[in-house]
Design a protein around this ligand. Structure first.
Ligand SMILES: [Zn+2]
Length: 306
């Protein structure tokens, strides 16, 4: 009789432990800890998610460090693993080629970064007659604050017990983005030039926010290369406006910017669309805010601002 009771107790314990383990596993998507598991499709969304979730989330980036998210395709294994994440953060414009297929099967909490943002339209890569939604809104520090709100709301929905924590972090990070916006506004208020030659067409939102004319060498994605006529037109623009710097970006070859610079006697500088940071940059502590500050410095140099 005692043996039977003991056996029942042991069985009960095993069942209870199993239920506790299963509940924990399902609510966080992680068997090893209590953190909310989050997958972001590419770097800036990953950086924003880490700032909102801090030590209560485990964020992974689907686009490896140093890869260009416009044309990156994750492996089948990475996609299957991301399907299990309780939260998935993605752009919402014409950005990651794999996301629409992924969302078809995704059942947890998707966070569309562009929710509540009016997207600009741009020419499609393969067919200029077709209009697509320009995805580069994270580069505008005002719109970036809206992305942070969307991430906060997704985290609160998936993990309501910590919603006050996410709200506080989001508010702190938005204050830093608001300060960045102030610095761009004042830093670019008195400049000799307003025209920027950028590498690919990534700066329409930033240009609109700070009243800059952006002419880009490549199209909406960096692999969309310009014609010889387009390059000649840009060289003429550099000469006509007295532009002293042509921009290139960290993940793409500076070859075309160098061509225009050597034809016109201009120099080159980095204007980084922050589509991905290398491992070395991340280890050095670089992030969205620090690279935007470098962008501001380089813009001030190129536009001869006071
Ligand atoms: Zn881009």
């Amino acid at each position: 009789m005692t043996k039977k009771i003991l056996a029942s107790l042991v069985l009960l314990l095993v069942v209870v432990a199993g239920v506790v383990y299963a509940t924990k596993y399902n609510s966080t998507g992680s068997s090893s800890n209590d953190k909310l598991r989050v997958v972001a499709s590419y770097y800036p969304l990953y950086d924003f998610a880490k700032n909102v979730g801090k030590d209560k989330v485990l964020v992974s980036n689907m686009t490896p460090a140093g890869s260009e998210p416009h044309d990156y395709e994750p492996s089948a294994k990475a996609l299957a693993d991301a399907q299990k994440a309780p939260v998935f953060v993605y752009n919402g414009g014409y950005m990651e080629p794999w996301v629409s297929g992924f969302l078809h099967d995704y059942k947890n909490t998707p966070v569309k970064a562009s929710d509540g943002i009016d997207l600009l339209s741009a020419e499609a890569e393969d067919n200029p007659a077709e209009k697509v939604q320009d995805p580069h809104f994270w580069l505008d520090p005002v719109l970036a604050q809206k992305i942070v709100d969307n991430i906060r709301d997704g985290f609160s929905k998936a993990d309501p017990a910590n919603q006050d924590f996410y709200a506080k972090n989001a508010s702190d990070y938005k204050a830093q983005l608001a300060k960045l916006d102030d610095d761009f506004r004042s830093g670019l208020s008195q400049c000799k030039l307003r025209t920027v030659i950028s590498s690919h067409d990534a700066f329409s939102y930033l240009g609109k926010r700070y009243n800059l004319d952006i002419a880009s060498i490549a199209g909406l994605s960096p692999e969309e290369e310009p014609s010889a006529a387009k390059l000649a037109e840009l060289s003429q623009l550099v000469k006509d406006k007295g532009i002293n710097y042509v921009f290139f970006e960290s993940l793409v070859s500076p070859r075309l910017a160098d061509t225009i610079a050597s034809e016109t006697g201009a120099k080159t500088l980095v204007f980084d669309p922050i589509e991905g940071l290398s491992d070395a940059d991340q280890k050095q502590g670089k992030n969205y805010l620090s690279v935007q500050r470098e962008n501001l410095q380089n813009l001030r140099t190129s536009l001869a601002c006071q």
